[in-house]
Design a binder for this molecule. Structure first.
Ligand code: NDP
Length: 248
């Protein structure tokens, strides 16, 4: 798989899974567009990206996805278009957990923040960036699911609802685009992974019992492979995809 000079936007690229994907994809020659809300964390990740391939160039987009609107989404499109002719992939990775409380106690402002970051922003970014993604020869859009996207579980509140919604969003985009566009849409549940989000969801858990974000990299690479062009499935869970990737 040749990722040289592929341009990939990663939301939530300043920590956890997104940060590792940015670093690893840059080592393979991709141009990384880092989207995050914290400028000093963005600068630090940017400084760690590999930049050793000809014409490889990375870009920082500072944006708080809880506040994204039509205007700021179009600013993002302009910033990307000024630097690149095509966007080969979007990895919609940014999310927050919100609070782990019963629904009757859930603060409305937190509910809105979670839904804005985890669901509304991926919708608005996909819709706004679709035109430049279509300039790619092998375009990909990857949404990030979760184990609480399929069955409602007490106390997972807005986070769970946002991931249910994202499942619907990914399915609708898949269905709408499969006959009209070359964009392949995937929805991936990375499963329990050693990050700060997982630690706040399960504070009693021993993090060393979990896989690291690095163990996810081959799965994400598969989404950018030729093999995935023929996939009739749009939703994958880590265990299944990891097996598929190691057997090919
Ligand atoms: P982390 O909390 O480690 O990282 C989340 C990233 O999203 C950070 O870079 C964070 O920025 C960014 N982010 C948060 N809020 C905003 C915002 N308002 N605007 C822009 N960026 C923002 O999470 P993970 O790496 O664990 O999670 C990555 C994805 O994987 C998420 O979609 C999550 O739901 C999913 N997932 C994770 C699992 C796990 O076990 N870790 C399991 C299943 C799914 P900052 O650094 O500034 O906080």
């Amino acid at each position: 798989m040749d990722l040289t000079n592929k341009t990939i936007l990663i939301t939530g690229a300043t920590d956890g899974i997104g940060k590792v994907l940015a670093e690893e994809f840059s080592k393979l020659g991709s141009n990384i567009i880092l989207l995050g809300k914290n400028s000093s964390k963005l600068d630090k990740v940017y400084d760690q990206l590999e930049n050793s391939f000809d014409s490889q160039k990375h870009l920082i987009l500072e944006a708080d996805l809880s506040l994204l609107n039509n205007e700021s989404a179009h600013e993002i499109l302009r910033a990307i278009s000024n630097e690149y002719d095509a966007l080969d992939g979007i990895i919609h990775n940014a999310a927050i957990l919100g609070t782990m409380t019963p629904l009757e106690d859930y603060e409305l402002s937190k509910w809105d923040e979670v839904l804005n970051i985890n669901l509304r922003a991926p919708f608005l970014l996909t819709k706004t960036l679709k035109s430049i993604v279509e300039n790619s020869t092998m375009p990909r859009i990857i949404f990030t699911s979760s184990g609480v996207a399929n069955t409602g579980r007490a106390f997972w509140g807005a986070y769970s609802v946002s991931k249910f919604g994202l499942k619907g969003l990914a399915e609708i985009f898949t269905n709408e685009l499969e006959t009209t566009s070359s964009i392949k849409v995937f929805n991936f549940d990375p499963g329990a992974t050693q990050t700060k989000m997982r630690a706040s969801a399960r504070p009693a858990e021993d993090p060393s019992s979990l896989k690291t974000p690095h163990e996810l990299v081959n799965c994400y690479l598969w989404f950018f492979s030729r093999e995935s062009c023929d996939s009739k499935v749009n939703y994958f869970e880590y265990d299944d995809l990891a097996k598929k990737v190691t057997s090919t």
